[in-house]
Design a protein around this ligand. Structure first.
Ligand code: UT7
Length: 333
């Protein structure tokens, strides 16, 4: 019997209302609009309101994705959330999301911690559950309030990130003569480069009662940007080749690249390797900054809703993040 194929039947995105542009940042730290634009392509990013949690952003994006798919929460068989900025250490954002969506079936719901690759990890896990026949409908979300993890005194990181959420509904389809659906997903990690990009804290910081002033700085994101940059370009290039080779497809056959939005220069590098003009690359980094696990589903949602991505087109999604982790998905839309 043929395995069911997973198809994305709904997408949704949500950005907090508050915009923070480079000029505002240059009043906080020693930086400039010109530096940020030239080195990253970012012009502004969104910042969650006080009390607006990652699960709240995930809720808005998920509602939109469910609406597009014509489903309700009780039609779902699983909820997956990629995030590194959960509301709480536990329980997971996915369980909070299940409650906020009003779900009354006891479906599995869990977070995936793969940093900026969290959404691609979620797609891969969701696809596997669908292909094995265990689930028919899976909600996959990437959601972050990264503004709560950055050190607003550190100009080398605070200018890069933003808050937001994106979600997709994956559904099982049988007998896909048109070949539409997820063709393959590819996820990886090395684990050896953890110190190049991390947020310390968690339980290694000890119980909160034992934390003295020497712990100032714990919990914030730390990054050796230029090292991460070099590795991101190399690894993503390899990943693109791996993904196309697995499907026997050529670079020229890709209609849309939906990349992780960390830096416009990295995105341009990957587009060049694919021989693609930037008119076939979905770019949101200038308005969103790096929203970590939310960046790919947010970009996908924009390009689906504004009609750029059309049925039958070949869409390549990819991401790279702390760990290092990296992942891709190829989909016939
Ligand atoms: O999403 C997960 C994966 N993350 C990424 O893919 C991020 C990858 N890295 C990058 O995108 C880039 O490395 C950055 C945008 C983070 C930095 O760009 P860069 O061209 O690699 O700059 P750099 O870190 O080598 O710093 C160059 C200079 C330094 O000054 P000196 O030492 O040359 O005097 C920095 O201190 O720029 C300085 N600098 C800044 N200047 C103004 C660093 N941050 C800033 C700033 N404003 N915000």
């Amino acid at each position: 019997m043929k395995r069911p194929v997973a198809r994305i039947t709904g997408t949704g995105g949500y950005l907090p209302e508050r915009r923070m542009d480079n000029h505002e940042l240059s009043k906080r730290v020693e930086t400039s609009d010109a530096w940020i634009r030239e080195r990253t392509g970012i012009i502004e990013r969104r910042i969650a309101a006080p009390g607006e949690m990652t699960s709240d952003l995930a809720l808005q994006a998920s509602r939109r994705a469910l609406e597009m798919a014509g489903l309700t929460v009780n039609d779902l068989d699983m909820i997956l959330v990629g995030t590194i900025s959960p509301d709480l250490l536990f329980p997971s954002v996915a369980t909070l999301l299940l409650r906020k969506l009003g779900g009354t079936r006891f479906i599995p719901a869990f977070d995936l911690q793969a940093a900026c690759t969290g959404f691609l990890y979620g797609l891969s896990v969701g696809e596997s559950f669908i292909a094995s026949g265990q689930c028919r409908r899976v909600l996959v979300c990437g959601a972050e309030t990264f503004s709560r993890v950055v050190d607003w005194r550190d100009r080398s990181t605070c200018v890069l990130f933003g808050d937001g959420a994106g979600a997709v509904v994956l559904e099982a389809v049988e007998g896909t003569e048109d070949g539409r659906g997820l063709l393959s997903t590819h996820i990886h990690a090395d684990g050896v480069s953890a110190d190049l990009l991390k947020a310390s804290g968690g339980v290694s910081a000890g119980p909160p009662s034992d934390r003295g002033p020497e712990m100032d700085g714990i919990g914030y994101v730390l990054m050796q940007g230029n090292e991460v940059y070099k590795q991101a370009v190399t690894v993503m290039g390899r990943l693109v080749d791996e993904t196309l080779a697995a499907n026997g497809l050529e670079k020229s056959q890709v209609d849309w690249l939906v990349p992780h939005q960390a830096n416009i220069r990295i995105i341009q590098g990957i587009a060049k390797r694919l021989g693609m003009g930037m008119d076939r690359v979905v770019v949101t980094v200038e308005r969103h900054g790096n929203t970590s696990a939310a960046s790919v589903p947010l970009a996908l949602d924009e390009a689906v809703r504004d009609g750029r991505i059309q049925p039958g087109q070949l869409v390549l999604m990819e991401a790279f993040g702390a760990g290092f982790t990296w992942g891709s998905a190829l989909m016939r839309w």
